[in-house]
Design a protein around this ligand. Structure first.
Ligand code: GDP
Length: 353
């Protein structure tokens, strides 16, 4: 039986040196959401934020003319290399792509270099956010504007200063073996890393960074993003949490297939494989409904990529980072074997950290 495949939302992790603006960038991406509940609005998932393609094209990034079949971007809410390396999927990284945030005024720091080395090892496509452009002396803020629009409003001295700082980053990247260029001058994403000047504080350059990620996914990842929306769900456990009224729950990023209430699932515990059954699937409530007592909204099924809370019996001892696999159509033994195999891999990885 031929399975219908669709291109799923790529999963993005934000990395970079401490204080260079990872959290602020994620907050800014989330913050542009809350106003609207209409179709195509940015939505909060469990442990992640979904930015649909409509929201990105509305912001008007510089590549908005590319034909787009990637449905959007799912950002993991926890930034940093630890999240990148410990959240795994089928032996690779759970994140399909990354943003490396670097303070344009400080340049590369040890954790910037570490992030780049990790991304190179995993062969993960990434973009550089040359952040805090609003701190360049004399910068005139044009809130939320695409980079080229705000750049055109700066005087020559400020423009020159930004160019110098971008070329310092290009030089550092070159020392590490990466070719890079300011994003609007890159024609071949496979050869050059894009540097997008941004401000997480003012939102300048934000439309461009999102659009560059879409461009990267579209040109170089569409094969690996093909999933069967009807297939049994596969995900990675972010956290294991006790929730009032729900008991033990798993916060999961689903990266393949779908998950339904009543599905048999297999996860890894401290010293054993756990088989259980999904009792409920929960999403955060939209901000507009915050007055409703119940914090979560129940859904019957969810399709990758998504962040979801899973309530089920027997979840004590599930380890964070564990794979979660749904069992369907008599493939139980195979699923158990796969989870056992993947968990060995994460244990090796956790001991590396
Ligand atoms: P993280 O450690 O990489 O997550 O960095 P944070 O997001 O916590 O940012 C560190 C500090 O830099 C905070 O005080 C932020 O307000 C500030 N910051 C982050 N991005 C920007 C920016 O684009 N412009 C300015 N002026 N400050 C920023």
């Amino acid at each position: 039986m031929a399975k219908q495949s669709t291109i799923r939302t790529p999963i993005v992790c934000v990395m970079g040196h401490v204080d260079h603006g990872k959290t602020s960038l994620l907050d800014r991406i989330r913050g542009s959401s809350v106003v609207s509940t209409e179709e195509g609005a940015i939505t909060q998932h469990i442990g992640a934020t979904l930015v649909p393609i409509d929201a990105i094209t509305r912001m008007g990034g510089a590549l908005s003319k590319v034909s787009v079949n990637v449905p959007g971007l799912l950002f993991i809410d926890t930034p940093g290399h630890h999240a990148f390396t410990t959240l795994r999927a089928r032996g690779g990284a759970l994140a399909d792509m990354a943003i490396v945030v670097v303070d344009i005024n400080e340049g590369f720091r040890p954790q910037t270099i570490e992030a780049l080395q990790i991304l190179r090892n995993y062969k993960t496509p990434f973009v550089i956010a040359a952040n805090k452009i609003d701190r360049i002396p004399g910068w005139r803020v044009q809130g939320n504007q695409p980079f080229l629009k705000t750049f055109a409003q700066q005087n020559e001295r400020v423009q020159g200063m930004l160019e110098t700082k971008v070329y310092e980053l290009v030089g550092k990247l070159s020392d590490l073996g990466f070719n890079s260029e300011r994003f609007d001058r890159v024609s071949d994403f496979a050869r050059n890393i894009c540097i997008v000047p941004t401000s997480a504080l003012t939102g300048e350059g934000l439309p461009d960074i999102l659009m560059v990620l879409i461009g990267l996914a579209q040109r170089y990842m569409t094969e690996s993003l093909k999933v069967s929306a009807e297939g049994p769900g596969a995900g990675t456990v972010l956290e294991v949490k006790e929730e009032r009224g729900l008991g033990m729950t798993l916060d999961v990023i689903l990266y393949d297939g779908n998950l339904k209430v009543g599905d048999e699932i297999v996860v890894a515990g401290n010293d054993q494989i756990i088989e259980t059954k999904v009792r409920s699937l929960l999403k955060p409530r939209p901000m507009s409904e915050i007055l409703i007592e119940e914090r979560f909204e129940r859904v019957k099924s969810v399709t990758a990529a998504a962040g979801i809370k899973v309530a089920a019996p027997k979840l004590d001892g599930v380890i964070a980072g564990s794979p979660l696999q749904a069992v369907r159509g008599g493939n139980r033994d195979e699923v158990i074997e796969r989870v056992r195999h993947e968990v060995q891999d994460i244990e090796v990885n956790l001991s590396d950290v």
